[in-house]
Ligand binder design. Structure first.
Ligand code: NOJ
Length: 512
């Protein structure tokens, strides 16, 4: 049997570089700030980090508007800083994924500057241009973030260009072979530098119907980015997969298929020849509720298992309210959610700060920055209790999250009852258990309000129980079991007595 690739049993930790830690003193996090905290991440027990974009960028979408794919923005450091971060991560056994943004560039990217210069520019068809009158865009597609057309009229050349996101993020035209070749080169550049893989931004958008047809009226209010699906994306993914697989060492592609349908996500795995992994966001939008979660887990298995696709699980990221905030701010729910997330079958993605139980920051109107309203979840990570919270110099670019004086890395590391220690125990237990890492998942009968499943691998059996309800639940097991990790921290190491407290989650080790 060939050994399973590392990313199947890994836990990936997402770092939003602006918000992680500032070492330079300008109030914006940087690569050196990440490097200084690698030992902490090893202590926590994650296997890999994914760093959101740190490439040269005018920062209209905080780095998702790239003006040079092969350089580091001076705000974040230099290529030498990246190489050092990568080497020091690898020497600690941490893998590093970077964020590849293939659907669009910045309007300041030299490619777009050249394309825009004239209709006869050699790079004109690297982007999507269409005729139309200044009053009437070429079709009814809507941009994300604003309820406006996904088109901007370029008065100088008298044509519209397509942008599924901001006007400063023109969509590349992947129908132009030179675009595909140039974007493959950017993958090669980072693979050669030694990255372990890529998170691929809105990857489902790289193949579009060349006729650019209107979307049907009943869907016309949705941003076009959630609707696009075309066979050409799949062909292009197969070529990307071949390229990534041709480097030694199990490099991985994690595609962001940012749509609310798991069946559509599943199609982007192809027949094991497209994405290695794809984000599945519907569970992220599920409320803290047993039947919704059971449904999400079942649906994910139903769509992915038959095609041999390995799931991913995400509760929080840089685009959505943190799950603790979404679940009403309760720490007990955030703890139970960690037991849930890390007990599922698939690769979990943590978003920096969830292990501290952070809530979104409150952003006063005069400090709002992001056009998509996502500042709250991007608040800086507090490392220390004292004001400044371990960030060098200037006040950070966004306000601190609530209670940073007590809810910070140093204070929580000192307190063994903290949620940070809970994450650490979960990660350690997951690493020890083949069943939790890569085993099968089978639901168990549970009372209302509770979801429970078994994870099994040869010689190893774990039970995960999560009580979403506000009252105690009684669970009868067929075999004696020991509480391995509990979201409340109580009874760990003791025999499970069948009682599950309100909003409590546990991992049980079955002795057999
Ligand atoms: C998805 C990214 O996660 C988000 O932050 C970004 O704004 C869009 N893609 C556009 O790149």
């Amino acid at each position: 049997m060939p050994e399973a690739p590392w990313w199947k049993s890994a836990v990936v930790y997402q770092i939003y570089p602006r918000s992680f830690c500032d070492a330079s003193g300008d109030g914006i996090g940087d690569l050196e700030g990440i490097r200084r905290h690698l030992d902490h991440l090893v202590w926590l027990g994650v296997d890999a980090i994914w760093i959101s974009p740190f490439f040269r960028s005018p920062m209209k979408d905080y780095g998702y508007d790239v003006s040079d794919y092969c350089d580091v923005d001076p705000l974040f450091g230099t290529l030498a800083d990246f190489d050092r971060l990568l080497a020091e991560s690898h020497s600690r056994g941490l893998r590093v994924l970077i964020d590849w943004v293939p659907n669009h560039t910045s309007d300041q990217h030299p490619w777009f500057v050249e394309a825009r210069a004239s209709r006869s520019s050699a790079k004109r068809n690297w982007y999507v241009w269409r005729d139309g009158t200044p009053e009437r865009p070429p079709n009814n597609w809507r941009a994300a973030f604003s309820d406006t057309p996904a088109w901007t009229f370029d008065a100088a050349t008298g044509q519209w260009y397509l942008h599924c996101f901001l006007p400063e993020q023109p969509d590349l035209d992947w129908d132009e072979p030179a675009v595909e070749a140039a974007m493959h080169d950017t993958l090669r550049f980072w693979l050669d530098r030694g990255v372990d893989g890529f998170r691929m931004d809105v990857i489902h958008l790289i193949g579009k119907d060349p006729r650019l047809p209107d979307v049907p009226a009943e869907r016309a209010k949705l941003p076009y980015c959630v609707l696009n699906e075309h066979e050409k994306t799949h062909e292009r993914l197969r070529r990307i997969r071949k390229l990534v697989d041709s480097w030694p060492g199990d490099r991985v592609s994690v595609g962001e298929v940012a749509v609310p349908w798991t069946d559509m996500v599943a199609r982007h795995y192809g027949r094991g020849d497209e994405l290695h992994l794809a984000f599945n966001f519907p569970p992220l939008f599920a409320p803290f509720d047993a039947s919704s979660w059971r449904d999400q887990i079942e649906r994910t298995a139903r769509e992915l298992d038959p095609i041999g696709a390995w799931p991913t699980w995400v509760l929080s990221n840089h685009d959505q309210k943190r799950h603790r905030t979404r679940y009403g701010g309760s720490e007990s729910r955030a703890r139970a959610a960690a037991v849930l997330l890390l007990g599922l079958r698939g690769t979990p993605f943590l978003y920096a700060g969830e292990e501290l139980g952070l809530e979104d920051a409150t952003i006063p109107p005069e400090r709002v920055l992001d056009p998509g309203g996502r500042d709250g979840c991007r608040a800086p990570i507090p490392w220390e209790p004292a004001p400044g919270h371990g960030w060098a110099g200037a006040a950070p670019w966004l306000p601190w999250p609530p209670d940073a004086g007590s809810r910070n890395v140093e204070s929580e590391r000192r307190d063994e009852a903290s949620i940070l220690h809970l994450y650490r125990r979960l990660l350690a237990a997951r690493r020890r258990s083949p069943a939790l890492g890569r085993g099968e998942l089978r639901f168990r009968p549970t009372p209302d309000g509770v979801v429970g499943w078994e994870r099994t691998a040869p010689g190893d059996r774990r039970i995960v129980l999560v009580n979403f309800g506000a009252s105690e639940a009684r669970i009868d097991l067929d075999a004696p079991a020991t509480v391995e990790v509990s979201s409340t921290g109580r009874s760990e190491g003791a025999a499970f007595d069948g009682e599950l407290g309100p909003e409590q989650g546990v991992w049980l080790r079955v002795e057999r």
